[in-house]
Design a protein around this ligand. Structure first.
Ligand code: ZN
Length: 483
C-alpha cells in the first residue's frame, strides 16, 4: 500500500509540473499579446484564446488584437445564460469601442495605446459567482487609468443580483454601511490620506451604483482611479471583513454565504416581538385590524385617523405589499401599531404544498423583521382558511393564528354607512374587528366608526394587548388563538 501511495505521489507530482508549465505558458501568451502574431495579416484581426476554466459552467476566452497603434486583451467569460452573457459582452464591447475612439482622438505619436481587461472570478456557492473586471487603459501617452466593473449572478437561475439582495439597504442601514466603509478607509492611511470627501459622499448617494463583491470572508467595494480619491491613491479595492457586515446582511446572504454564525437569532422561533402595554382589567377594548396592505394611499389615511384618536391597531400585511412600501411598514411600526403576517401573495394556504406554505410565511416574516426590527406577532391566513397543518406550522413559529369576531364587510359593501352599521351592530367588549386598508371607503368610514365606538367607551388596542387582557380578565370572544 505504501509503495502505491508513493507511486501515486510521483504521478501527481509529475501532473502538477505539467499543469504548472501549461499555466505558465498560457499566462505568458496572454500577458504578452504582441508575441501572438505570427503572420503579417494576423495582426489586423481579433485573436481569440481559450483559457481553461476551473469553474464549472463558466467558459473564458481572451480576445486580443494588436496594430501598430494599439493592442487590447479582453477577458471574455460566457455562461449558460444568454441575458447575462449579453449584459457582460455589451459592457466589454462598449469599453472596447470607447477605447478605439480615444485612440483615434489621441495625438499620433509612437506610443502604443493599450486596453487590458482582466477578470477575477470569486465563487460564493457552486452556482453563485462574482465577476470582477479590472480594466487598465492608456492612450496616446496619457496617464494610465484603472477602473472596475462588477457583476454577481446565479449561473443556474440565470439571475443577476443587486446589492440589496445581500445587504439590507433600509435608510438607517445605508448610514451604518457608510460608517463601516469610512472606518475601513480610516484603517488604511494610504487610502484615507488621498480621499476626496465630496466625491466619496456622492458615491454613497448613489449606493445602488456601488461596485461590490462578496464572499464568505469579505465584502469588497471598488472605486475607479480618480473616482473618490486623488490619482496617487490609484483605483481602490476596499476589503471589509464579513463579520463587520453581519448586522446588515439579508437572511438570503447568510444562507448563500454559509455563515450561520453571523445570524444573531439562530433560534427558528419567532421571539423578537414588539413590546405591549398592560390594560385596565375593567376597561372596554376592541382591536381594529386591517388586512391586505400596506396600500399607498389608504394606509396613510387610516394611520392619520388612528393617530388623531391616539388609537392603536393591528395591520395584517402581505409580504408582496411590504416589499413595495417599506416606508409605510416602518411608519406603521413607529406609530405603535402591531404588524401581523397575512402571507406573501394572499394565496389560500390550505391549497399549497409545504414549501410554498413556508415561503409565504417566512418571506413575510423576514421582510417585516428587516424593516421594523420585529417579527409579525400573528398569522392571519388569507380568507381565514387554515388546516391542522397550518396551525402546527404557526405553533412551531410561535406565531398564533388569529381571525376576527366582527367582520365589517367593508370589502363587500364599499360603503361608509354600511361599514359603520355593521361594526356598531356587532361590536362587544373584546371584539376583534376586521377591515381592509386597501379600500378608500374603509378610510372614509373609519373616523365615524372610531367616534361612535369612543362614545360607547371603547379604547383601541393591538391584538397582543387585547389577548393578554382577555387572558387576565376572561372578557371577550375566545377564539382564533390556537397556541
Ligand atoms: Zn386578506
Amino acid at each position: 500500500m505504501k509503495r502505491l501511495t508513493n507511486a501515486g505521489k510521483i504521478v501527481v507530482g509529475f501532473a502538477s509540473l505539467v499543469l504548472i508549465f501549461l499555466l505558465f505558458f498560457i499566462f505568458w501568451k496572454i500577458g504578452s499579446p504582441e508575441k501572438i502574431s505570427s503572420g503579417k495579416n494576423l495582426d489586423k484581426e481579433e485573436r481569440i484564446q481559450v483559457k481553461g476554466s476551473h469553474f464549472p459552467g463558466i467558459h473564458l476566452e481572451t480576445v486580443t488584437k494588436e496594430t501598430d497603434e494599439y493592442f487590447y486583451a479582453l477577458n471574455t467569460p460566457t455562461i449558460k445564460n444568454e441575458e447575462i452573457n449579453d449584459l457582460i459582452q455589451s459592457w466589454l464591447m462598449n469599453e472596447k469601442e470607447s477605447f478605439l475612439k480615444e485612440v483615434d482622438a489621441a495625438p499620433s505619436n509612437d506610443l502604443q495605446s493599450m486596453l487590458n481587461i482582466h477578470l477575477t472570478t470569486v465563487p460564493i456557492t457552486d452556482s453563485i459567482y462574482n465577476f470582477i473586471f479590472e480594466g487598465y487603459k492608456i492612450t496616446g501617452g496619457a496617464n494610465g487609468f484603472t477602473y472596475y466593473q462588477t457583476y454577481t449572478f446565479d449561473i443556474s437561475e440565470g439571475s443577476l443580483f443587486s446589492l440589496d439582495d445581500f445587504i439590507d439597504l433600509s435608510d438607517e442601514n445605508i448610514d451604518r454601511l457608510k460608517e463601516i466603509i469610512l472606518k475601513e478607509i480610516d484603517d488604511h492611511p494610504e487610502i484615507s490620506e488621498g480621499i476626496l470627501p465630496d466625491q466619496l459622499e456622492e458615491s454613497f448617494n448613489q449606493i445602488e451604483e456601488l461596485k461590490w463583491s462578496i464572499n464568505s470572508e469579505n465584502f469588497s467595494v471598488y472605486w475607479d482611479e480618480y473616482e473618490v480619491a486623488i490619482g496617487a491613491v490609484g483605483a481602490i479595492e476596499l476589503e471589509i471583513p464579513l463579520d463587520q457586515m453581519a448586522p446588515l446582511l439579508t437572511p438570503k446572504a447568510r444562507e448563500y454565504l454559509d455563515r450561520p454564525d453571523l445570524d444573531e437569532g439562530d433560534d427558528p422561533q419567532i421571539t423578537d416581538k414588539q413590546p405591549i402595554e398592560d390594560l385596565d382589567p375593567n376597561g372596554k377594548y376592541v382591536a381594529l385590524t386591517f388586512d391586505d396592505g400596506p396600500h399607498a394611499t389608504v394606509t396613510p389615511r387610516i394611520l392619520n385617523t388612528l393617530s388623531e384618536h391616539h388609537a392603536k391597531a393591528t395591520f395584517f400585511m402581505l409580504g408582496n405589499q411590504v416589499e413595495y412600501y417599506p416606508k409605510l411598514v416602518q411608519r406603521v411600526a413607529e406609530e405603535g401599531h402591531e404588524i401581523g403576517n397575512h402571507s406573501k401573495t394572499h394565496i389560500d394556504l390550505t391549497a399549497v404544498d409545504n414549501d410554498r406554505l413556508n415561503e409565504e410565511l417566512n418571506d413575510t416574516n423576514e421582510l417585516v423583521k428587516d424593516i421594523t426590527g420585529y417579527f409579525p406577532a400573528y398569522i392571519r391566513p388569507p380568507y381565514g382558511a387554515y388546516s391542522d397543518h397550518i396551525i402546527n406550522q404557526a405553533t412551531e413559529l410561535n406565531q398564533p393564528i388569529i381571525l376576527w369576531s366582527v367582520d365589517s364587510l367593508d370589502w363587500k359593501s364599499r360603503n361608509s354607512d354600511a361599514i359603520n352599521q355593521e361594526v356598531m351592530s356587532h361590536v362587544s367588549n373584546g371584539s376583534i374587528i376586521l377591515m381592509h386598508d386597501i379600500h378608500e371607503t374603509t378610510a372614509d368610514a373609519l373616523p365615524r366608526v372610531i367616534d361612535n365606538l369612543e362614545a360607547d367607551g371603547y379604547k383601541f388596542v393591538t391584538v397582543s394587548e387585547l389577548l393578554k387582557w382577555q387572558e387576565a380578565t376572561g372578557a371577550g370572544p375566545h377564539f382564533g388563538n390556537y397556541q
